[in-house]
Design a protein around this ligand. Structure first.
Ligand code: NAG
Ligand code: NAG
Ligand code: NAG
Ligand code: NAG
Ligand code: NAG
Ligand code: NAG
Ligand code: NAG
Ligand code: NAG
Ligand code: NAG
Ligand code: NAG
Length: 518
């Protein structure tokens, strides 16, 4: 604990389920998110989308009864992720007029606007609630039609006030991106400006960090159909880590289909902790409603100039292991074999590990229960990984993780343990924080982030120093550390598509699963 005292940085503390220090609506609004298990009628877009839209209206009614100001539904919640290929997408999609058109689908006719979009607009109007849905959009261009994976926001009158087309698609062959990418916000009558993005976008710079760092947005509405990956990227773990790392409120609505790996929604308050989160292990829809304290406008930062970019020299690693079922949820498994690691087999540990010039210090102590079975390793990585067959990204990781035996290949599992950590401190320094997303990363065997820790951040001579540390002895630690994405690297040459990658089971998120049985 002595080292902690020497870090006179910003102290960020997690509070879970504590009474929020807010009294009236000048200080908070009421947010609602729906974890949603969609209905699907294969080959019938209109019935699928309208049936789900009718279910959305029921949740809107319940949310309104709890005074919600805004409600958010997940990615693919209307269509399900069992959409057809591009050539058959027409009946699954809708035209979405631009917010500049001041268009109210409920009351105004427009060519190409689907019945579902009208119904949703009418429901927003009827319940006088801000509504954010994700819907498959068709855009008529001069030379044909393209489809987008789109979030739409309606105001309390049912008017379209925002339209955001997903930038970081994840193997969704029927959808196109727009160039340049969009960075979308909308204002509300309760004085909060929201940014919005979708699923895999959470791991990228554009548009997520444009919103939080360049625009100073304090509240994000997020739709997702995540496929959890252990030990660092299960759904609620990632959502909370991002909300905390950027210190913004995050209303995250997740698609529910646990056996395929999709579950996890929540209302997160940045460094003030988790208002409520769910990682339902059964296939079911669920509504979360909570007061959200308004955050003060963030300072706007600037990103460094382009010449800070570095060429990527290393090869991106792939995920080579089959997933596992944890609490009924299918969890993909990261590949920690390329990491620098050390077995934490003694009762106390104090060591520094480095990978590609990136170093982290691990200090702590633990007590084993009678079973003495759980094995932990400290792991450090600085380099590139693949996300499924489509995407790659640079990461830096310092963490402590569980293993099932002495081999590194067995690490990254998530299971209950009888080990109690008295303390853990993990520290690192990075330069170019402006080109990094730094997320605290905590997970227990309920697939939820435990919250008995603090994160410290302070500027130092050559960069920014980060530390995560337990506040009190904690049992049931599956993962604890820092997970970072780095955005200043580029590939020298265009990446060659490797057909063999298609079959690799390394999907982290947001993948459109063709014909996935629901
Ligand atoms: C409108 O809201 C009322 C309750 O406020 C509800 O009874 C009714 O079913 C809603 N109508 C529609 C079309 O959603
Ligand atoms: C139309 O042209 C644009 C720009 O060249 C292209 O991006 C788009 O894919 C084309 N649309 C179709 C449907 O081919
Ligand atoms: C988002 O931020 C990046 C990094 O500074 C910048 O290159 C890009 O132009 C921004 N995008 C938009 C749409 O503002
Ligand atoms: C979280 O949401 C669930 C489901 O609506 C509810 O039962 C529970 O009381 C909520 N917890 C908190 C802390 O608000
Ligand atoms: C924001 O900037 C102001 C002026 O530069 C500074 O005093 C303040 O501490 C900053 N706030 C945060 C949260 O960084
Ligand atoms: C821990 O592992 C190291 C290296 O494998 C070994 O030398 C040491 O004896 C082990 N300690 C215990 C307590 O098992
Ligand atoms: C370690 O565990 C992995 C699976 O978790 C297994 O494949 C491997 O055979 C085990 N190795 C040893 C030495 O027991
Ligand atoms: C920053 O400086 C410290 C002390 O000189 C050194 O240990 C550390 O490796 C440096 N970190 C970076 C990222 O350069
Ligand atoms: C995991 O952490 C959550 C707090 O986010 C807590 O409610 C839950 O009981 C913990 N689960 C276990 C098995 O410790
Ligand atoms: C803002 C910042 O720290 N920028 C640094 C990023 O890294 C390059 C080279 O690694 C430095 O030259 C910059 O000063």
């Amino acid at each position: 604990m002595r080292a902690a005292l020497s870090l006179l940085g910003v102290l960020l503390t997690v509070q879970l389920s504590q009474q929020l220090p807010v009294q009236d609506s000048k200080d908070y609004y009421v947010g609602a998110v729906v974890e949603f298990a969609p209905f699907v009628k294969l080959k019938d877009g209109p019935v699928t989308v309208q049936t789900n839209a009718a279910k959305y209206a029921e949740f809107m009614k319940m949310a309104k009864e709890q005074n919600a100001d805004i409600i958010v539904f997940p990615e693919d919640g209307l269509t399900s992720y069992s959409m057809p290929g591009k050539s058959e997408m027409d009946s699954w999609t809708t035209a979405i007029p631009s917010p500049e058109d001041n268009y109210v689908p409920c009351t105004q006719d427009r060519i190409g606007v689907s019945q579902a979009l009208k119904d949703l607009s009418c429901a927003a109007k009827n319940y006088s609630i801000y509504l954010v849905v994700n819907i498959a959009e068709k855009e008529a261009l001069q030379n044909g039609t393209v489809y987008h994976n789109t979030n739409v926001a309606f105001d309390r009158h049912g008017k379209i006030i925002a339209r955001y087309r997903k930038v970081n698609l994840y193997g969704e062959e029927q959808f196109s991106v727009v160039d340049p990418p969009e960075v979308v916000t909308f204002d509300t009558d309760f004085g909060v400006t929201f940014g919005t993005f979708i699923c895999f976008d959470i791991l990228f710079e554009t548009p997520a960090l444009n919103l939080t760092r360049l625009k100073g947005v304090t509240d994000i509405v997020y739709s997702t159909a995540w496929f959890s990956e252990g030990p660092f990227l299960t759904a609620v773990q990632t959502q909370f880590g991002w909300s905390y790392g950027e210190n913004v409120n995050l209303l995250a609505a997740g698609y529910n289909n646990p056996s395929a790996g999709s579950a996890g929604s929540g209302i997160y308050l940045g460094t003030d902790g988790i208002a409520n989160a769910t990682m339902t292990v059964y296939r079911e829809s669920r509504l979360l409603v909570h007061k959200v304290p308004k955050k003060h406008l963030h300072n706007i930062t600037t990103f460094p100039e382009k010449d800070d970019l570095e060429q990527r020299t290393d090869k991106c690693y792939t995920l080579d292991f089959a997933g596992e079922i944890v609490n009924n949820v299918y969890i993909k498994k990261d590949n920690l074999v390329p990491y620098t690691t050390a077995l934490l087999n003694e009762s106390s540990f104090n060591q520094t590990l480095c990978h590609n010039g990136f170093c982290c210090e691990f200090q702590g102590s633990k007590v084993h229960g009678p079973e003495m079975k759980t094995i932990y390793r400290a792991v450090v990585f600085n380099g590139c990984r693949r996300y499924g067959s489509e995407a790659e990204g640079d990461i830096r990781t310092c963490a402590l993780t569980q293993c099932s035996n002495d081999s590194v290949a067995s690490c990254g599992i998530i299971k209950q343990t009888d080990v109690m950590f008295n303390d853990i401190k993990i520290t690192t320094t990075i330069n170019n924080y402006s080109k990094m997303l730094v997320m605290p990363n905590a997970l227990n065997s309920s697939l939820l982030p435990f919250t008995s820790w603090s994160m410290y951040k302070e500027p130092v001579k050559n960069g920014t120093r980060f530390m995560v540390a337990l506040n009190k002895p904690t049992s049931d630690v599956s993962t604890f550390g820092l997970y970072m994405r780095q955005f200043n690297k580029f590939n020298g040459a265009p990446r060659l598509f490797e057909p063999s990658m298609i079959i690799v089971l390394s999907i982290v998120s947001c993948l459109y699963l063709v014909g996935n049985p629901l």
